[in-house]
Design a protein. Structure first.
Lengths: 440, 440
């Protein structure tokens, strides 16, 4: 199948289409489809990636995304649910929280439409608009270009709307107040919270995950650029090592404390658990959130230097696992069913386990971060915790209240950033846009 | 060959040996050699990595490192030159500049010996000391553990000594003043420099490069931990996308301006060019630097948002290349020999090209960085420039004077951090240590 046969006709609006065009308006050589070139040493499945581009461009009304074919493959953008939630966790993260800087609702809607087209292009391994090297020589390129030649790298872009988009300082900014989900609460203050307002909140978030950080950074940068004059970046966070896995057969990665801590997570393939714990169902809240999910983001700084001076036994008591294998106390293997009574009462695994919380589960998708060193030469490092859930009030809030009150880990961590977003259902087909059901 | 047959006898000092021990002093199950486990999707050459461990442990007096067998392979630690210079550039960087906080020369020497053992272990894919999960339960583990289960990921650790180690505020701190190379100059102030002292200088540097950022971060963290009370981190920098290649047949990566800018670099396999331009030769300076190289590190912030509003033609004029293919002006392919006269006189490629600088060449090894956003919502992003050379006075200094004076790129970049280090020759065999020829 020729790639160009999947290409729709040019839209009359002059906006870039979802698909690359073989034509361009300028005198430059056309470079309408990004060449999918192997990245040295990355073991990219070139054929699969190229196939994926076409599949993503043509698929409509599909359900859960197919498993990734390789590090360079595409994750379908269109679907009932947004990708980047149940999707097998990628290696890298760039997360951005934006504030809306305009009062013009139409400008915001226009930007969301442009964002959606750009997101569909970038997750398909294509450039934004006419690309980085096409168009009029007198105009800035549509795409910033640093991902030119890189495969899609399983890029996903997931959008969410924060409480302040609906109402800020008592003002119904965009006529959305009546549509705010009851579940999109202002998170309560938890014990030990030490939140920095400059790393908290935000009107809109975009989570970019990819196996190549350059691809994730490129995506956020190009969205920020498209949003100039409408939104500005409030804060952003890079993550370099996933700490949870949504693929049960994969190795559980270690966090920066050296422990496996994402073992008992919701599998991205477990439709029943996703329906019970992750996707908002009809009747849960406003109709526009059906099929969506609530995202809690917490920047959790680890007191690395103190932890590193802590005896092994104490470290293991705190988690309720041994460090080498990651096995729960009294067990041999990481995935053996934990015997919670064998663990100290204040151990992290015991307190966080569903059996200690009436079966409560959240889908964790956190990443380690290291943002250099602070003024005292200490690593500014820890866990950027990301969790998706059907109802935050019944999931993160009671769980964190329990952990913040009792968890032995609290001596070694501090929550320094916090945000809450309502992530709507997926964009089902080209022409639909992020937030359409909310704003429409 | 059994891995353990390469294991030397336990040293009587009680220090961790270069090799893992199958024994441990505590009651825990031994976990003396890190299991080399494939990282999902990374395409790890497990056999090659395991072989590499043994090869690295047994090799002595070898020359240039062998080419890497895969993303997870080991780079030999021992050799005439330090690895991490001519080594094919890895995907990720964690660079740290340390200040020595003690006045005790013996404590510093002891730490350098411990660092060397730890570096040999970690670059071989092994844990520091007895590991993260062995040893006495009442004591902190020797290794912090977050790289447990990860392959060596082509980790290299490269050490360098800054001017202030030899003399600081007029004080000959460690009796090294007479051994300071004349070439280890205090870099002059260049036009447009806007250096932050907190991101500049340092007594000692360690460059950690690996294909997995968790491995690079782990290495710097464990060295910092070993150095507690002797050194403290002055500043550190993470890099996520290499911008230069020392393997001429590989794709040249793009910088955050979307351009290919590392095309004409010294190849790590070009022994003649390395001898001419990179390795200090007998008679160049003090004997302890023979076989070493001088490293200049510059944190170069890019004015990303301004660049992104610049017309394509102006962007291309600034570099002297077209953006899509990366070809020099008037040529078709990236690696076509540039016609410098076809480029604007102030273009970056023209000014930096060896033909404009009497054949001057430096080995570039820079990485892109994105450290979130600044207080104004702008990306704090750019190029962490790393360059190795035989004599900085004849290489980086005249080149940067020329660029800082005339380069059209200056409107879009600013140098905000700067450091200079003398990186000695390689550690040739187990028992030798970083800085031995300097301190010995």
């Amino acid at each position: 199948m020729d790639a160009d046969s999947a290409q729709p006709t040019q839209q009359p609006t002059g906006q870039p289409t979802d698909q690359p065009s073989a034509q361009d308006g300028g005198g430059k050589a056309p470079l309408s489809r990004r060449a999918v070139i192997g990245w040295a040493g990355a073991g990219v499945a070139i054929g699969a990636a190229a196939m994926g581009s076409v599949a993503a461009a043509t698929m409509e009304e599909k359900g859960d995304p197919a498993p990734a074919a390789g590090a360079g493959a595409d994750i379908p953008f269109y679907g009932d649910h947004q990708s980047g939630i149940a999707t097998p966790v990628q290696d890298r993260l760039h997360f951005a929280a934006f504030d809306v800087s305009t009062t013009d609702r139409d400008a915001l809607v226009k930007m969301l439409k442009e964002w959606t087209k750009a997101a569909a292009a970038m997750t398909g391994g294509r450039e934004v608009g006419t690309g980085a090297a096409s168009g009029l020589p007198e105009a800035p390129p549509d795409d910033t270009g640093e991902a030119l030649g890189l495969p899609a790298s399983r890029l996903t872009l997931t959008v969410g709307f924060g409480p302040t988009l609906f109402e800020k300082d008592g003002v119904d900014r965009f006529g959305l107040k009546a549509k705010r989900p009851e579940g999109l609460i202002d998170l309560p203050k938890f014990p030990h919270d030490n939140l920095d307002p400059a790393r908290s909140g935000g009107d809109i978030c975009v989570q970019a995950c990819a196996d190549d950080p350059q691809v994730a950074v490129h995506a956020i940068r190009n969205l920020a650029r498209i949003g100039m004059g409408v939104v500005s970046v409030r804060w952003s966070q890079l993550g370099f090592g996933k700490t949870s896995s949504t693929t049960p057969d994969a190795q559980t990665p270690r966090n920066l404390m050296g422990f496996k801590d994402g073992t008992h997570n919701i599998a991205g393939t477990d439709a029943a658990a996703l329906a019970d714990h992750v996707w908002a169902a009809p009747g849960d809240g406003p109709e526009w959130m059906t099929g969506g999910s609530y995202l809690v983001a917490r920047r959790i700084r680890m007191h690395i230097e103190t932890w590193d001076r802590t005896p092994l036994k104490e470290q293991e008591d705190i988690f309720g696992r041994n460090k080498g294998e990651g096995a729960p106390y009294g067990k041999q293997k990481e995935r053996d069913t934990p015997d919670l009574k064998a663990m100290p009462a204040d151990s992290h695994v015991r307190l966080a386990h569903p059996d200690s919380n009436n079966g409560l589960m959240i889908l964790r998708r956190g990443f380690s971060f290291t943002d250099g060193t602070d003024g005292l030469g200490r690593l500014d490092a820890g866990l950027f915790f990301l969790a998706y859930q059907r109802d935050t009030r019944k999931a993160f809030v009671p769980l964190q209240q329990r952990l913040a009150g009792s968890d032995a880990l609290n001596e070694y961590i501090q929550h320094v950033g916090s945000a809450h977003f309502a992530c709507p259902a997926g964009v089902r087909k080209p022409g639909e846009w992020w937030g359409q059901a909310l704003f429409g």
